[in-house]
Design a protein around this ligand. Structure first.
Ligand code: ZN
Length: 145
């Protein structure tokens, strides 16, 4: 069993890793050319707007996942979220959902959302497989992901 201190160290490490993920993405955002070159894979919605649902940046230091911000229609937003969730994860307390950036190791799956795709889940193993296969764009279909 872990003592309190090693649990503290572990949690500290996780926080550092999360900060690292956000810092890496912020650095990528400063140069669009490098960001696009570094991007391994992007998940997009099947609508003609092809919303970017998740960007994947594979590196030896880890697989970075970035979900762009998105806005949901009023009805879908009401149906698909709780008031607590909206308060915590939107920029306006309503329907403008915040960006999320993290390392793949921190997630069991990716939850994908836009006005056309709702809580479509892709397992981590699936993402790893797409990376290995060299897939650069994957159009998500609500039934099959
Ligand atoms: Zn969409």
């Amino acid at each position: 069993m872990m003592d309190d201190n090693s649990l503290g160290v572990l949690i500290g490490h996780m926080n550092d890793r999360q900060k690292q993920a956000e810092a890496v993405y912020a650095a990528l955002r400063t140069n669009e050319r490098i960001r696009k070159k570094a991007r391994t894979l992007v998940y997009r919605c099947p609508n003609r707007t092809r919303c970017a649902l998740a960007e994947v940046y594979a590196s030896p230091a880890g697989v970075l996942i970035h979900h762009p911000s998105y806005k949901l229609s009023r009805d879908l937003n009401e149906q698909g979220s709780s008031a607590d969730g909206r308060a915590a994860n939107t920029t306006d307390g309503d329907r403008h959902w915040k960006v999320r950036t993290y390392f793949l190791e921190a997630a069991v799956n990716l939850a994908l959302n836009c006005d056309h795709v709702h809580h479509v889940v892709i397992d981590r193993e699936h993402v790893e497989w797409h990376i290995r296969e060299g897939i650069t764009t994957h159009i998500v279909h609500p039934d099959t992901a």
